[in-house]
Design a protein around this ligand. Structure first.
Ligand code: SF4
Length: 244
């Protein structure tokens, strides 16, 4: 396995045996495979938008799937097996719609024609072959931008998934996620293009945080200073540390 998506990463370089977070190598492979599958889905979703096709199921699945690969969110291999197969089904269905609308469905990237293995062991093997998402044949700066874009999109997806659960969504967010992931399959993408996408990723993240903020305040009200019990007692807790 190789994962360097968070600040906990081993030796500041990458977790290679097991995640410092506890992520087992089999789950790392399944997460890599899910990202690969979602890149394929994104190619069709991005193309579909050019033809006026927007599918709420594709949008919601995309952010849920990406969010599930963030640190400490989900280590359940069976969940990833379901998500990967669900992604392949969604992709096949949406590809048909894009083709019927006259959109391009001829993509050379392997993610566009991904077919999941039948069982969990086969999926893990596929994930090991796919590996981490950046293009290892690309220039080091391009790879850095690819990783910044992917990790940025994962962060946006976490906010977008939460906002959606609170009744807030904006197709500009889903559209950017699909465009950004589709761009990760484009080997002709240069430094300038990558930089522009990363900057737009930051802008889209702000938009998504606004959605989440509106969802929170409309659901739970504006946060106000509130007295809470201090000290400790037996049981589970949330630790809050304050530096002044
Ligand atoms: S998410 Fe887990 S496996 Fe990945 S870098 Fe962070 S600690 Fe390591």
């Amino acid at each position: 396995m190789f994962c360097n998506q968070c600040e906990q990463t081993a030796k500041g370089q990458g977790c290679t045996v097991r995640g410092v977070c506890g992520k087992p190598p089999e789950v790392a492979a399944l997460q890599d495979l899910l990202i690969h599958a979602i890149k394929g889905l994104s190619l069709y979703a991005h193309e579909g938008r050019k033809k006026g096709l927007v599918d709420p199921d594709v949008n919601v699945f995309t952010v849920k799937g990406l969010f599930s690969t963030l640190t400490n969110v989900n280590f359940d291999a069976a969940d990833f097996e379901k998500l990967i197969k669900q992604c392949a089904d969604l992709t096949a269905r949406f590809k048909e719609k894009v083709a019927a609308a006259g959109g391009n469905v001829e993509f050379s990237d392997p993610s566009a024609s991904f077919q999941p293995a039948r069982d969990l062991e086969g999926l893990i093997r596929q994930g090991q072959e796919v590996g981490m998402a950046s293009d290892s044949s690309a220039d080091a700066d391009i790879q850095s931008l690819q990783q910044a874009l992917l990790f940025g999109i994962k962060g946006i997806s976490a906010y977008a998934d939460h906002a959606y659960l609170l009744g807030k969504e904006d197709d500009r967010v889903f559209a950017f996620i699909h465009e950004g992931l589709a761009a990760l399959t484009d080997k002709s993408l240069g430094l300038e293009d990558g930089l522009k996408l990363v900057l737009r990723c930051g802008e889209t993240n702000l938009l998504t945080m606004e959605l989440l903020d509106a969802g929170h305040t409309e659901t739970f009200g504006h946060p106000v200073p509130t007295e809470v019990p201090l000290g400790h007692k037996k049981g589970k807790c949330i630790l809050v540390s304050v530096t002044t």
